[in-house]
Write a protein that binds this ligand. Structure first.
Ligand code: ARG
Length: 277
């Protein structure tokens, strides 16, 4: 199980998981190289390559509320969503070790190597009090910014939006994370579309680690399109609302293992309270 963020690979178990994952993907490549020509499938079709995994370039002009979290030295490590002019919803596992003064929220910057947009400071970090690890749920965190940003905000899904969580609902995922498991982070904002996955499908892959009350999955049965390391905390969007926060997955874009997202509507009360504070 890869439940790490890009900067939190220090625990032994995580290193083991990372090593196993690398080994597995290396074996996967070898197997694919041998089998694909025989099957008549081009390597290009099997590995959509450049781009989240299986995505395309996107602009913050079109998705003004997508932001990224960076260290004060500018290293991007997670995503987030502007849900009020001075509030960002992100993942608890992104901020659990952070000190507010050392986090930057960057808005309006498609290209990490540019200085477009705004880098705001964080004055307060709220982490769901029940959060302990991603597979237990509660992977939500709200950051308070030192200023009001001018970018448009995205409404947060509530209990009234149950329909948006139906299997098959089309969603948008966004981020600056890696373009394959174990790969390099993207320089540019990427986006992709994936359908919401039914509870049974998600449980079939993740067993008891998938908790339907706290999480929602999205991805294709055959894999190929997914969020990946560094996309955590970023948005899963459906029907013009934020329905999920990128949380964890087994590798990235693997068949039978869709991406797992914090189910935003289950935290309606806590989030609303944070937005009002
Ligand atoms: N935990 C990762 C992060 O911190 C996100 C992983 C998402 N994985 C996936 N297969 N959808 O950036």
């Amino acid at each position: 199980m890869d439940t790490t963020s890009t900067r939190k690979n220090t625990e032994e178990g995580m290193i083991m998981a990372e090593t196993l994952r690398r080994l597995r993907s290396w074996l996967g490549l070898v197997v694919a190289a041998v089998l694909l020509p025989v099957a008549g499938v081009s390597a290009a079709a099997a590995d959509p390559g450049a781009t989240i995994v299986g995505g395309t370039r996107a602009s913050t002009a079109q998705y003004p509320w997508v932001v990224y979290l960076a260290t004060t030295s500018g290293y991007q490590y997670c995503g987030g969503t502007l849900v009020a002019p001075n509030k960002v919803l992100t993942a608890a596992h992104c901020t659990e070790d952070d000190v507010a003064s050392s986090v930057l929220v960057v808005a309006g910057r498609d290209d990490k190597n540019s200085s477009a947009g705004t880098a705001a400071r964080v004055t307060r970090i709220w982490i769901h009090p029940s959060f302990s690890s991603v597979t237990r749920g509660y992977d939500v965190s709200v950051l308070t910014l030192d200023r009001n940003l001018t970018q448009a905000t995205l409404p947060v899904a509530t209990a009234a939006d149950a329909n948006l969580y139906t299997a098959g609902t089309s969603t948008t995922i966004l981020g600056w994370g890696t373009t394959r498991a174990g790969g390099q982070p993207s320089r540019y904002l990427l986006r992709a579309s994936v359908p919401v996955t039914g509870d049974q499908t998600c449980s079939a892959g993740y067993g008891s680690q998938y908790k339907p009350q706290h999480m929602v999955c999205a991805g294709l049965p055959q894999g190929g399109v997914d969020t990946c390391q560094g996309d955590s905390g970023g948005p899963l969007v459906a029907g013009g609302k934020l329905i999920g926060v990128t949380s964890f997955g087994e590798g990235c874009a693997s068949a039978r293992y869709p991406g797992v997202y914090a189910r935003v509507s289950s935290y309606e009360t806590e989030i609303r309270q944070q937005l009002a504070s």
